[in-house]
Design a binder for this molecule. Structure first.
Ligand code: OSB
Ligand code: MG
Length: 382
């Protein structure tokens, strides 16, 4: 594929309801969108689901991602295009910027746009291009509320919409009452918790109190850069531990597997694969394959993505090495007052069915994206 131009848009997204995690409450997000135009005049789009600050992880905020894209990632791609004339594959694209350490979120945006073009060139839905086989699968929702009441309201809405899996945000001191309330109202629901790295050596044992609630998993209780201590505490909990923040690559996944084999039990390790956190779809495929081979369960987590990012994740979910329900949307539908696509993907009773149309299954309306953008940059070859 020959790349003619790469454009970046900084899309403003206003949340319908505030979203609270252990690291703060969000009301407005700015997501970098990448548009690649090929020499056949096919345009591919990718979203980077950033947060307003790096409280979740380093380089997950839109300011870092915009810098990485404009200063390093996009210039490296343009340089390769000038020197080599084309890109023979996704691997070739990745090789053009692999010298850059980190910047996974930024890299994932250009990779997503590239996959979108590949799917359009082949007139196939994205899920077939990324190796998917199942068109229909259950999805869940993530609930971030400041109080037990707020969480219960969102949980009730979600269950009314037919969702069968809930993920609830917790932090030290806000774990027992909220989990007990959700579990006693919905005894049969698939329930998981996400601590977003808010517990320490001093207080993680608070989680032993929620170990009795028949949970699917507890996500990232300890430090965002840790794998070792997570393996250590896994041996003392019945509930599987799921890693989010601390997994950036296949190598991190392999390290986690080795540690769980040594200190705990690999059946109690789950990986939340977020393509943007691991630099894109290509690395996500490798991780999913490794996990399947080694008995580690996986699922596709969201990052308050707009409809475009959610669609990318849903297409990836078609792979048979993805085991658990992924994050769909807010309990009531799109997270945003105005979404980046006209038709945010909806699920029927908590079950999603992928489209058979080309690529994402929906054409990106550039006029809409431009009208929602706070910034725009264009890079052209030649
Ligand atoms: O840890 O999974 C997380 C949102 C922002 C940052 C981190 C996380 C989340 C979510 C939202 O849980 C899930 C979703 O998009 O549906
Ligand atoms: Mg998480």
């Amino acid at each position: 594929m020959k790349i003619q131009s790469i454009e970046l848009f900084l899309v403003r997204l206003d949340l319908q309801l505030p979203f609270t995690t252990s690291f703060g409450t969000y009301t407005v997000l700015h997501h970098p969108f990448v548009k690649i135009t090929s020499d056949e005049n096919i345009t591919g789009w990718g979203e980077v689901p950033t947060l307003p600050n790096p409280a979740y992880k380093p380089e997950s905020d839109h300011i870092s991602v915009w810098n990485s894209l404009t200063q390093f990632v996009v210039p490296s791609i343009m340089e390769h295009q000038k020197n080599h004339g084309w890109f023979s594959s996704v691997e070739d694209l990745i090789a053009s910027y692999s010298w850059i350490k980190g910047a996974n979120f930024a890299k994932s945006g250009v990779e997503a746009a590239f996959w979108d073009i590949l799917a359009q060139q082949k007139n196939k839905p994205l899920w077939k291009i990324v190796g998917g086989t199942k068109r229909t699968f259950p999805v869940g929702v993530s609930i971030g509320g400041k109080t037990v009441n707020e969480v219960m309201n969102k949980a009730e809405q979600a269950v009314k919409h037919g969702y069968q899996r809930l993920k609830v945000k917790v932090w030290p001191g806000f774990e027992y009452d909220v989990t007990q309330a959700v579990r006693s109202h919905f005894p049969a629901i698939q329930l998981q918790l996400d601590a977003n790295s808010s517990y320490t050596h001093e207080n993680w044992e608070l989680l032993k109190k929620v170990d009795i609630f028949n949970l699917l998993l507890i996500e990232q209780p300890l430090y965002d850069d840790d794998v070792v201590f997570h393996a250590q505490i896994s041996a003392q909990l019945k509930t599987p531990i799921c890693l989010d923040e601390s997994i950036h690559s296949l190598h991190d996944t392999q390290r986690a597997h080795l540690l769980w084999k040594t200190f705990a039990d690999p059946r109690k390790l789950i990986i939340n694969i977020k393509p943007p956190r691991v630099s894109g779809i290509r690395e996500s495929i490798t991780i999913a394959q490794f996990c399947k081979k080694n008995g580690i369960k996986t699922w596709i987590g969201g990052m308050l993505d707009s409809a475009l990012g959610k669609l990318a994740n849903l297409h990836f979910n078609a792979r048979d090495d993805i085991d658990l329900p992924g994050d769909h949307f807010s309990p009531t539908g799109s997270y945003f007052k105005r979404d980046a696509l006209e038709q945010p993907p909806t699920s029927e009773n908590g079950v999603y069915t992928l489209s058979n149309s080309d690529s994402y299954g929906q054409v990106v309306d550039e006029v809409r994206i431009r009208s929602m953008s706070a910034d725009h940059s264009k890079f052209v070859i030649g």
